[in-house]
Design a protein around this ligand. Structure first.
Ligand SMILES: [Zn+2]
Length: 380
């Protein structure tokens, strides 16, 4: 399924090709997130125009609403949402542990109450794979337990044990035609647990491997450690996916550490409060400083928003709560994430990724929150 085309000679960056039932995906890849069968504020035509290769769908949310009966009659998620390219579906493990209420963890899954209407439901490895089979995703994820980053050591260990057992159960379930399945490595920022989990999951021979338990509120230095503790235990000939990450600079850092796939809600989520990403960092376009700023969001950006609208106009739309404002910032942000990945692939192919990496990180100013986390780490 995954072909490793090249490994950078100075960093651990990799160039690869994932072949799925709905087409080929070039890696490293950023996957826009369509939690509820829609990448928020963007339509499929826009996604294709900006170079989207694969999107995410979500087992937990789609199972609750519209429900599998509807998806089944629609002939799967691709047809339902009119997206012809590959789809990866999250197993719902993360949402059950973060969104659902009053739950009981049982040997074969989790009993929980829906965050929508409080109805009592059960999701485990068998159910998660059944749902993903009906959704018909190209890549399904195993059902795992994702504890909070500050969970006590005992809880982290139990989560790893369940994740391993559930991965084995997922492995045995029937799949949709051509559907691939990725295993997930948990273990927080504990090196021994990460290694133990990887060593149990990798022999199960999944089609690719994800690093879970990151982007769960941990400071950036801890996230990087979790990735560094896991990657060496993953096989070179399978795709590696860091779940729920990250900012442009974080994706570049992780690519340099050997990660191939990313998904992140940031481009569309922050767009809704008027935050635009650029190659130099993010900024809030609603600020007074942009009132009469007639430049595009980012100079030399060839996205639809930058080619057609000014900061002053977009600021006005956002402050007046006009839908076009948040749509256009979503277009720019998503386009930027995808464009950076295309540049990364070209740089790895040309043997210039190390320079690209250094230059990108030097020019990029992270958020105040991330800078504070880094300061705390160096003070320790
Ligand atoms: Zn733009």
């Amino acid at each position: 399924m995954f072909e490793l085309l090249k490994t950078d000679f100075q960093t651990k960056a990799r160039l690869g090709k994932l072949t799925t039932a709905h087409g080929v995906v070039e890696t490293p890849v950023y996957m826009p997130v369509g939690t509820q069968a829609s990448v928020k504020a963007l339509d499929p035509r826009e996604l294709l125009e900006m170079g989207t290769q694969i999107i995410l769908g979500n087992t937990y949310h789609l199972n609750l609403r519209p429900g599998l009966d509807i998806i089944r009659v629609a002939n799967g998620l691709h047809k339902f949402m009119n997206w012809e390219k590959p789809i990866l579906t999250d197993s719902g493990g993360f949402q059950v542990f973060s969104l659902a209420k009053i739950r009981k963890i049982k040997p074969h899954g989790v009993e929980f109450r829906s965050h929508l209407d409080g109805s009592l439901l059960f999701l485990g490895p068998k159910e998660a794979m059944d749902i993903q089979r009906v959704l018909g995703s190209d890549i399904a994820m195993v059902f795992d337990e994702c504890p909070p980053h500050d969970a006590p050591a005992r809880e982290q260990r139990l989560a790893v044990e369940r994740t391993i057992r559930w991965a084995r159960e997922c492995r045995e379930q029937p799949r949709a035609d051509g559907q691939k399945v990725f295993g997930i490595v948990q273990g927080g920022s504990n090196a021994a647990l990460r290694e133990e989990c990887a060593k149990a999951i990798v022999p199960m021979e999944f089609d690719g491997y994800a690093i879970g338990g990151v982007s769960v509120g941990e400071p950036e230095p801890e996230m990087l450690k979790a990735i560094e503790f896991t990657v060496p235990h993953l096989p070179a000939h399978k795709a590696r996916y860091a779940m729920g990450l990250g900012t442009p600079a974080q994706m570049i850092e992780l690519i340099a550490r050997g990660v191939d796939m990313f998904d992140c809600v940031l481009p569309t989520r922050v767009a809704r409060n008027g935050t635009a990403f650029t190659r130099r960092g993010a900024f809030g376009i609603k600020g007074g400083a942009y009132k009469a700023d007639f430049r595009p969001i980012e100079d030399n950006c060839d996205c639809f928003a930058c080619k057609n609208f000014t900061r002053a106009y977009l600021r006005h739309l956002l402050n007046a709560n006009e839908i076009l404002g948040l749509r256009m910032v979503s277009v720019h942000n998503s386009h930027l994430f995808l464009k950076i990945m295309a540049e990364v692939r070209a740089a790895i192919a040309a043997g210039t990724f190390a320079e690209f990496y250094r230059e990108f990180i030097t020019n990029y100013t992270p958020s105040q929150k991330i800078l504070a986390q880094r300061r705390r780490e160096t003070e320790r």
